[in-house]
Design a protein around this ligand. Structure first.
Ligand code: OGA
Ligand code: NI
Length: 330
């Protein structure tokens, strides 16, 4: 169960993060800031992203309406083998060493569908989405599809700054092969209950995200914590507050691997404080067939690639399976 005594004595404080203005036309200036944030904590805020507060609020309102439906109605859109749709409480378990049960959250996943007639339509992570009945939740699908497109657009504009921060060409990631047909999931989450680390109960267990980057919106209820250095014991957890109008962005393991460990994918978790909490992360990964091998600017004679090349879809499948492995035992 890990070392809970150490956990309990750890100091919890509120962290301040770098803020990247996506409206700043000086991309090189933004890249300097972003690089420092990626080396330091792997977390930062973005502002002036162009997603209206109205659209974001609408997505949260619709999300709340879905989770307020009777379980029977939600089970009609139970997630399929492609992880699209409704995931009930405890469906995922991200930190098996410290958690006695799956996460105290329910979710709903909407993914990238790919071109229906094109070569991407039948890829495992590009299957059709599942939608709640439009008589039950009118306008729901439309809101979510609109928000999805906006979140993807923002991620792509962050990817340009990220490329510069890695000394790559500004559009290095924004090619048809890389982000043209991404594996990208928008997940609606509803957390409940009070977490108790001393009992192994977490709203969301400690983990690092799988993909390239995650764009997170929350309803403002505190809960998200990061641990900047997972090897320092006792672990120090810091709260990341939500700022109105800003998104929280964090890097995932795939980017850490791609950058040869240069950029950090930081451990984080969610603690419930007894209040309901809603969040909408958007998880971006490159296209299925994109080969994740050490970026040209992240290796040298003295710094050889640390990880073998791997196909993006292979890597992501492995990670999804691991996060749901506990379900087979119950
Ligand atoms: C996640 C995550 C944080 C939140 O789903 O990977 O870290 O606030 N979510 O919901
Ligand atoms: Ni996460």
């Amino acid at each position: 169960m890990g070392n809970r005594t150490e956990e309990e004595v750890s100091i919890i404080k509120v962290s301040s993060l770098t803020c990247i203005d996506l409206d700043n036309s000086d991309l090189h200036q933004s890249a300097v800031l972003l690089k420092q944030a990626c080396l330091d904590s792997g977390f930062f805020y973005v502002i002036n992203h162009g997603i209206s507060e109205e659209l974001k609020d609408e997505a949260f309102e619709q999300s709340k309406k879905f989770f307020a439906l009777p379980l029977e109605e939600k089970m009609k859109v139970l997630r399929n083998e492609k992880y699209r749709g409704y995931a009930p409480f405890h469906d995922s378990l991200l930190d098996p060493k410290n958690q006695v049960r799956g996460d105290y959250k329910e979710g709903f996943t909407i993914g990238f569908e790919g071109g229906k007639d094109g070569p991407h339509g039948d890829k495992p992570f590009h299957s059709p989405n599942i939608w709640p009945n439009s008589d039950v939740l009118p306008g729901w699908r439309e809101t979510m599809e609109k928000y999805y497109q906006e979140a993807l657009r923002v991620c792509k504009s962050i990817a340009r700054i990220m490329a510069l921060a890695l000394d790559l060409d500004v559009d290095y990631f924004n090619t048809p092969e890389m982000l043209g047909n991404p594996i990208a999931d928008m997940v609606l989450f509803h957390y409940e209950g009070k977490s108790d680390p001393s009992k192994g109960i977490y709203a969301c267990g400690a983990h690092s995200d799988f993909g390239m980057m995650s764009l997170l919106a929350t309803d403002g209820v505190m809960g998200l914590q990061i641990c900047k250095n997972k090897d320092v014991k006792p672990q120090k957890w810091e709260y990341i507050p939500s700022i109105k109008g800003a998104y929280i962005v964090n890097l995932g393991d795939l980017l850490e691997r791609w950058s040869n460990g240069y950029f950090k994918s930081t451990l984080h978790r969610v603690l419930g404080n007894g209040q309901d909490r809603y969040s909408i992360p958007f998880f971006l990964k490159p296209s299925h067939d994109c080969i994740i091998e050490c970026l040209p600017t992240c290796q040298s004679e003295n710094n050889l690639p640390k990880y073998p090349a791997i196909k993006c879809s292979t890597y992501i499948s492995q990670r999804y399976k691991a996060a749901h492995a506990h379900l087979k035992q119950t």
